[in-house]
Design a protein around this ligand. Sequence first.
Ligand code: ADP
Ligand code: MG
Length: 457
Amino acid sequence: MEKWSQVLQNIKSQVSLVNYRTWFSKSQAQSFNENILTIAVPSAFIKQTISTKYQDILNSAIKEVYGEEVLLDIKVDSSVEGRKESDEEEITLETFTSPIINTHNLTYANLNPKYTMENFVVGLSNNLGYAAAQAVIQNPGISYNPLFIYGGTGVGKTHLMHGIGNALIKKNPNIKIIYCSSEKFTNDFVASIQTKQTTQFRNKYRSCDLLLIDDIQFISGRDSTQEEFFHTFNELQTKNAQVVLTSDRPPTEIQKLEPRLQSRFQGGLMVDIQNPDFDTRVAILKAKCQERGDMVSEECLTLIAERTESNARELEGKLTQIIQTLKLTQRDINVDNIRNLLGVAPIIPTGNFKIDHKKVLSQINEYFNLKMVDLTGPRRKKELVLPRQLAMFLLYEECKLPYERIGEVLGGRDHTTIMHGVDKIREAAQRDREIQRMMIEIKANLTNQPHSYPQNS
Ligand code: ADP
Ligand code: MG
């Protein structure tokens, strides 16, 4: 990111020192990929100012240095703030995650200052984990030792673990913390045997106040490392030092794990984190937009959350991808463009009609000769499945209701049921003529237009 310092030098020569310090000195280049230069600035206000007031100076400096058309993506990242004047010129990869609290201690602990308890979004899927982490922060080494956090990939285990470390450093800057993966622990241990420095190894790992070992499942099958870890663990527990472990599965499901370690892992508190539910997904998207300083409407975020039913990491990835693609192709960040990108079928235009959801339900009832309670009630009769799924599909495509709302309209059904129903009909409509016919007839009744059947082939 040599080039970014050249850009800064270029700008420095064009603006006053005060302005340079206020608006540019803390910016950092993060990546340069396919002509998108991503930089981070400490606040949304700075982002706004440099992308309006200093837009021309910035663009021409970039063009001069990079010598080509470059699209600038400015992110807001409050941890950028902490960088000192003196290392202003040296913008290297290492400075991207600049510590915010105690530089020395964070470096030693290997903690990422970006992962905090404050920016961890709490929802149904992770509130146990969050509460346990808070309890550990309140009473390290006492309440829950070890704290064992498990769950699938990308759900926030590592984030929470760093959150605990960062919070405890804030409480006590002199606390000794070690964060590492179980692989690092293993490698360190093996290296210490090879170099005959096991004493140093033990001193290091057994003298800390907080030991955070990420992805402990990788210790599986490594007998001597497990033995060493067992003793480390015991010693730490004796002196009330806190141990926090994460894993992609509960201890009982880790293969080739010594029984005594398994029972140690189960001896504190075990909490699992699940993939975020719909509301949490929306909240995570909101938080990430705020962090990045991007304005994206609630409606758009809802759409992305509906279509990305997976973990927080993928959700964030999807968001970044959408925003960058739209910016790159100079399209607005709106529902239609996002639908397009997500490959969601476009809404079939229904003239000037704004179809009311009640009308959809009553048309379906009329068509299938049902009563409202059949459609919205809890009965699981087979002949109700199709009318209900058609209702879901039409409410989604014609009334543009979000899944959650459709669930409510249909008598309190879960949004995943609705999603499933909509997908089912969408698929069936591709090949099943009977379904096609029903849809055309019901839609025609809805819009009072004459029927037009597909040609028989
Ligand atoms: P894991 O360790 O479970 O695989 P990570 O902790 O690495 O997952 O999380 C993946 C990404 O998702 C990180 O960028 C993290 O900040 C983000 N993330 C996960 N859960 C949350 C949450 N509840 N709130 C905010 N960000 C989250
Ligand atoms: Mg992780």
